[in-house]
Design a protein around this ligand. Sequence first.
Ligand code: NAD
Length: 500
Amino acid sequence: MPSAKCDRAIARVKKIGVGPLGHYIGGVPESGAGPVFDNVEPATGRLLGQVSDATADEVDEAVDAARKAFPAWKAMAGTERRAILHRVADLIVARADEIAAIECLDTGQPWRYMSKAAIRGAENFRFFADRAPGAADGRSLPSANHLNYTTRQPIGPVAVITPWNTPFMLSTWKIAPALAAGCTVVHKPAEWSPYSARLLVEIACEAGLPPGVLNSMNGLGESTGRRLTEHPDIKAVAFVGESRTGSAIISQGAATLKRVHLELGGKNPIIVFDDADFEQALDAAVFMIYSLNGQRCTSSSRVLVQRSIHDEFVRRLVERVRRLKVGNPFDPATDVGPLIHAKHLAKVAGYVEVARSDGATVAAGGTKIEGDGFYFHPTLIVGAEQSMRIAREEIFGPVLTVIAFDDENDAIHKANDIDYGLAAYLWTRDLGRGLRVANAVDAGMVWVNSENVRHLPTPFGGMKASGIGRDGGDWSFEFLMETKNVALAYGTHRVPRIGV
Ligand code: NAD
């Protein structure tokens, strides 16, 4: 176990878990009056604690707290918001080990990634804190008779709904820009990973965030999540999760004309041409699917390999996959931990059966690891065809599908011939080819000769079933703020006179 802080974190979760985990509304923890559901530890399958599904009244109470806190938060100088958000970042850094330990315990994600994810959460806060003073800035667009200027104002209370794969980091990624913009937030974390959200709201309040500016609700998607997205006082929904949930959220928010930002699923190709740096491409292919247990929206879950190097690439992949260390998420040497939940394990295992019945070959892994917890052997599927479900559907686990291609056009066709369009990774030493393929692939983000390396000013998001909208840099503020144009007459134009 990495440090004594983990013991404190575990003791803390056990303490939170004693009574059902409730909500945090208006700066105050509330025990929750709704029905409860169980939250289990992925590494053991044991009960971690119970969680309360918010009642309709509790959702109303949280939205009301966000609505009441909005005018003062919006009016606060950006420099003051900046100072508070930097204090949030400081406290995240101070408690990074505790946050990482809670993530390991609650999600099964390995320590080696979670310790970095906690720090990335702090970086998200710092990045957007520094942009808070300029968030309202606009443009000057003079015409012959008017000076037009634009300015932005925060849209109002927003709902942030997040998934279970890297819950803390993803929550900061959505909540930090909302607070920097001057919006107030009601956050609902995923039911399978509720604990780190409690830590975040506590930290934010300790850092001086006024009561009601950030509220945290627990509950199920179909009840608490739905109520939030239907609530008339919630002006926008920032959502990260599955594509079909994104679609439901559009319907649920339609009656109240909700603005939505959807970051959804992916089936991202890594395209390896025969002139690529073979070793680096291999490293990237392995890292981008088996890190974070493959429970990562930008995972490279399909390797498209040029036929001339296909067999050697597969041989080396098999070697590497068999050497991955699967184990306790708290062990710093663990590469792959348990999957989040028994239901998710069954889904991932089910895809191996689908692969076999469709005629593909399981070259490594493919089975559950016997014993406690939701462990699954890292899996490699070869001989797949573009038409097979394992080549087209998001599995969201440590399962890599290999598909051969003949030439550039074939690679582009196979990369694009699916419903998703989140990320694509290209490996080639031919600069022209890298540029051509980057232009041709339908993906919101393309990395050439690189794994996913996030740079916060750049846009993050997907095309097609992978989402609507972009995060990062000013794109986050475009979603979270209303743009207003003000036209000032120079006094040089004639106002048309009618009815004189
Ligand atoms: P999910 O869609 O099942 O749940 C996500 C959140 O939505 C949870 O908090 C859930 O309670 C809530 N929810 C469910 N139904 C709802 C409803 N009807 N109304 C309102 N809220 C509802 O997703 P998941 O299984 O938690 O997460 C995995 C998915 O997230 C994968 O598809 C993955 O690709 C995606 N993801 C995408 C990104 C990205 O940036 N594009 C990042 C991480 C994860």
